[in-house]
Design a protein around this ligand. Structure first.
Ligand SMILES: C[S@@+](CC[C@H](N)C(=O)[O-])C[C@H]1O[C@@H](n2cnc3c(N)ncnc32)[C@H](O)[C@@H]1O
Length: 231
């Protein structure tokens, strides 16, 4: 049985039962195999651009005898998804936010049949939230995962409309702010330390600082302090 890290386990827990998923950038294939092994998905398309991880995933799937249920395909982003796969859930995890947005943007027409996007960007998370909302998605759910000191934000998006929130809410996560994720307080505390450090560095900087940038970090620190009062 595949044992997943807390990050991948949280992602798997957000995949709708019975959905036909595509795991884009599947790397080693652990998540794809887990979803099938656990009966969460009848079939998974595991897409991977690069040769080396692709071979690793193939080896794993073969060793588990799951070749007819975890379909490994080499390709760039969503191009591995074919009409006949009837994929309704797309997972893109462990990549930079900009790469993730480029994948979604490049094959936007392929998203028309997708009911659920499960995204775990490593960077530029506010940009991903903004792109989704500006491109006819609503953020249905957000969850955190923690591995040691590192937090991971997982976004579940569905077709729909949502008003674009301000930059601070895009930074902290609109659904995380509404919800009761047990990790959110620790996540906020970590972000507050970072915000205070950035503010200190900006104050000490000998170069001219952008007032917009300075105000962003001040407003972020203020919002986090307010949030922490009621948690
Ligand atoms: C850091 S790994 C993350 C693997 C796995 N999704 C996870 O969350 O643990 C990113 C993987 O995405 C693949 N990748 C990067 N860009 C891609 C693209 N445009 N299409 C498909 N795969 C891509 C890389 O080769 C790499 O194996």
């Amino acid at each position: 049985m595949i044992k997943l890290t807390p990050r991948l386990k949280t992602i798997a827990s957000l995949v709708p039962e019975g959905s036909r998923a595509a795991d884009i950038g599947a790397d080693h294939g652990y998540l794809s195999v887990f979803l099938v092994e656990q009966g969460i998905c009848p079939k998974v398309i595991a897409g991977e651009k690069n040769e080396k991880p692709l071979r690793k995933a193939e080896e794993l799937v073969k060793s588990m005898g799951l070749e007819d249920r975890v379909l490994i395909r080499q390709g760039d982003g969503l191009e591995v998804i074919k009409n006949w796969d009837k994929v309704n859930t797309v997972i893109i995890a462990g990549m930079g936010g900009q790469t993730l947005i480029n994948i979604l943007r490049k094959d936007y027409n392929k998203l028309k049949d997708i009911e659920t996007l499960i995204l775990q960007p490593m960077t530029d998370i506010p940009l991903v939230r903004k792109w989704l909302i500006e491109n006819n998605y609503k953020i249905a759910r957000e969850e955190l995962a923690r591995e040691g000191k590192q937090f991971y934000e997982i976004i579940v998006a569905e077709p729909g409309e949502e008003e674009l929130p301000d930059d601070i809410i895009l930074e902290l996560g609109p659904r995380l702010l509404e919800g009761k994720d047990p990790l959110f307080k620790a996540y906020l505390l970590k972000k507050l330390v970072l915000a205070k450090k950035v503010i200190e560095n900006l104050k000490k900087s000998k170069q001219e600082i952008s007032p917009q940038k300075y105000n962003y970090w001040i407003n972020l620190a203020h919002k986090i302090e307010e949030e922490l009062k009621c948690r």
